[in-house]
Ligand binder design. Sequence first.
Ligand SMILES: [Zn+2]
Length: 286
Amino acid sequence: MKIDNPKIIPKDAESRRKGSPVICYPTHALTNKNLELLISARSAMKKVKELLIPPRDATCFEIPAGCFFRICSVDGPQVGDLNLWSTHDLSEKFYSGKTRALHGTHLSTGDRMWSTFPFMRPLVTITHDTLDWYGWDTDGASVHDVIGTRCDPYTAKLLTNIDYHYCCHSNLTRALAKYCNISYGEAEAFVHDVLNVFMCTGFTHDTHQYFMKASPVRPGDYIEFYAEIDLIGGLSTCPGGDCSTEHSSDKAECYPLLVEFFSCQSPKLDLYPNSLPSEYSISHKD
Ligand SMILES: [Zn+2]
């Protein structure tokens, strides 16, 4: 909270506030010149598999490089928390903070989900989103944020003194432990800040606090990704349901989410470049 105390405001405060915003990371260099290849290859997609994630639960799944996958709303409005790891090294995982710095607070078609250092490469590219129409509402909210981390039992304990075991953080921990046959403790260290799929969020205009509101997602809506490398995906059906009231409890109405997997034999994908790790030397010296 910012302290509003006239006694500590310097005389030149106004002039100090007059600097113009400068985009921290100009992204011309990031423009995916091959996005059209992906978009046109979509016509050759063939569904090969699907997986239903029950309410208030999570599942991990394999996503081979070069395939498309969709997270679909079924039965009712439901928010999902998505984690991504490299199949070959769990320490290469989705980097929510850097993705936010590059693409903004909420993702949409054409944006990519970047991996952690020292890899820092695209894990997936978003190739279609039926909620792109939502844009930004008058509260400054939009969908699919990379600002809200994930609901977790530690914050729930801090704020309400309740032990709740079905937050997205715990759901993802259990799912990764089961998928990799490792302990909850080992798995928890790899669970990371998520893409809040279908969640509608923003920062309040006055206090700039993180807020959520009812997700506009409806059955039939989906967000679609192209896998740039071999991935393990983890998806939690948030106990907040559509996140119109509260999370970290059993109170909200919750629904499953469907994950659909598509192979694609389009020759256009042969022209699509491989996602390679950063070429930085990793020397950290002159
Ligand atoms: Zn959640």
